[in-house]
Design a protein around this ligand. Structure first.
Ligand SMILES: [Mg+2]
Length: 123
């Protein structure tokens, strides 16, 4: 059965790019445009992994991740932060986010990271 990935970003271009990438890789891809939508989507589809933007209107990525992980502690979350947001990275890891990557990122490295986290169950 294909694995499920939820992509959360307020920028349509980022959503499209990541959606195409992971569809090509055989994932079932789901989309949300902000942190609140992400929580709804998670409850509908229970994804294996979430790619979560940090800066978004209607609930940022940190708050959304925190709530998602309280409901589903096993879901893996990779947070996409801006350069230099070390305070955010620290808080994200404290609430249980598995990895943080800095935007702009290399999409092939992101793909490899996602595969590694989900296929190997790396903690
Ligand atoms: Mg954003």
């Amino acid at each position: 059965m294909p694995k499920k990935i939820l992509i959360v970003d307020d920028q349509k271009g980022v959503r499209r790019l990541l959606e195409e990438l992971f569809k090509k890789e055989g994932w079932n891809v789901y989309i949300a445009a902000n942190g609140l939508e992400a929580i709804d989507r998670v409850q509908e589809v229970i994804p294996d992994i979430v790619l979560m933007d940090m800066k978004m209107p209607n609930m940022n990525g940190l708050e959304s991740s925190s709530q998602i992980l309280q409901l589903y502690p096993d879901i893996k979350i990779v947070m996409m932060t801006a350069y230099g947001e070390m305070d955010v990275v620290k808080k994200a890891l404290e609430v249980g986010v598995q990895r943080c990557i800095t935007k702009p990122f290399d999409i092939l490295r992101l793909r490899d990271l996602v595969n590694e986290l989900v296929m190997d169950g790396v903690l």
